[in-house]
Ligand binder design. Structure first.
Ligand code: ATP
Length: 372
């Protein structure tokens, strides 16, 4: 799939623009703070209905405007698909093929993107929250069922936490509603955990050979989902539920002290090993970078397989950070069948190959000029 056309109205520092893209490589070039990342972000929002930079949608609307709009025409295997998001201070509306969707989960996944930005280095060395967010966003775009299960889990977690807060500091909890929520919580948590395990299996399958290639055959990458509760991937659903129930029972005293649920998917993490050592703790900057790149490239393959079409690749400020070898590895992987967007302040950091194939867009203070 590829983005044929983008229209922005009162989005970040853009008043009103319309851009037609190449189905191959598109480069947004310009000085700092001109609006390159804003453009990239708008493509991400068009896909995921939320930004990768902020949880606050209001920041996306141009200052002094009441509404912001992102519209895109997506070319898919079976034809053109118009997508539209209207952002307002009260909330957002999402349209697929001009029809407003009652749930955002029906919208997400129509356009698949893989974003690689400087903050993705934090995927390896940052907090567990960053890695859980990566998991949820990536699984969510290939599985609307996962998004639904995740939202349900978050709702039940909130309700369970609410009761714990009400009884905080007490030693015993004899609340029938608490037992009901705990049961619902276990069901919802196990659904999320199982899907995350399945996704990590797929990610492993694709990331290992990619990493092996980028490291010139020197490094074997292993990725795994680590549950704080101790649940293992090969357990049956019942075993997982029984184990979680036991762990929740054991930690009830501590949960009452703290007033929050201490065991579950919201406490889990991802682990990355290179030749069996933990990259997060022992990996060099270069290895962490290669790991993050391998994961992103693996996502492209994974989406191709699961969705049946290549996603769009968004490279925000990272291409010039990669040496020529990694750049050409990346370009070989996408091999012309993945529409790619690149932002950069100068063509100097870009390999000759990239520039040759690219459509250049010059970005200056919220205006975009196309150079042939
Ligand atoms: N809601 C908004 N309304 C108007 N302008 C905004 C809004 N949000 C951000 N901006 C402006 O957008 C500009 C930043 O654009 P952007 O983050 O895309 O920079 P960039 O071109 O990617 O630069 P860099 O290379 O430094 O990352 C800033 O001038 C900022 O003030």
């Amino acid at each position: 799939m590829y983005i044929e056309r983008l229209e922005l109205k009162d989005y970040r520092n853009y008043d009103s623009i319309q851009l037609d893209f190449s189905s191959k490589i598109n480069v947004f070039i310009g000085e700092n703070a001109q609006g390159k990342t804003n453009l990239m972000e708008s493509l991400y929002v068009l896909s995921m209905a939320k930004s990768h930079r902020t949880a606050n949608d209001k920041e996306l609307i141009r200052w002094d405007a009441d509404y912001g709009k992102i519209k895109g025409d997506i070319q898919k295997k079976y034809g053109r698909l118009p997508l539209e998001l209207i952002l307002s201070k009260k909330g957002k509306k999402a349209k697929v093929n001009h029809l407003e969707q009652t749930k955002l989960s029906y919208y997400i996944g129509q356009l698949n993107v893989v974003m690689f930005a400087p903050e993705d280095l934090y995927l390896v060395k940052g907090s567990p929250q960053v890695r859980r967010r990566f998991l949820d966003m990536e699984i969510g775009q290939i599985s609307p069922v996962y998004l639904h299960d995740l939202l349900h889990f978050q709702k039940v977690l909130k309700q369970r936490n609410h009761i714990l807060k009400q009884h905080q500091g007490k030693s015993l909890l004899n609340d029938v509603m608490f037992d009901v929520y705990t049961e619902q919580y276990i069901d919802a948590a196990v659904k999320v955990i199982q899907k995350r395990f399945q996704f990590m299996d797929l990610l492993q399958k694709w990331a290992e050979p990619i990493h092996f290639g980028i490291s010139r055959g020197l490094e074997k990458l292993t990725v795994s989902y680590h549950t704080a509760s101790g649940i293992k991937a090969d357990w049956s659903e019942n075993e997982m539920k029984e184990h979680l129930e036991k762990r929740l029972f054991e930690s009830q005293k501590r949960e009452l002290d703290r007033g929050v649920t201490l065991t579950g998917p919201h406490r889990d993490d991802l682990q990355f090993f290179v030749n069996n050592y933990d990259v997060q703790t022992f990996g060099s900057q270069g290895q962490q970078r290669t790991t993050a790149l391998s994961l992103k490239l693996a996502e492209i393959e994974l989406i191709k397989q699961e969705v049946g079409e290549a996603p769009v690749l968004l490279l925000d400020d990272v291409l010039s950070e990669l040496d020529d070898y990694r750049q050409s590895h990346l370009l070989n992987t996408i091999q012309g069948d993945v529409q790619t967007f690149v932002t950069t302040t100068s063509v100097d950091g870009l390999a000759h190959e990239t520039i040759q194939q690219a459509q250049m867009f010059h970005v200056e203070q919220g205006a975009v000029v196309i150079k042939q």
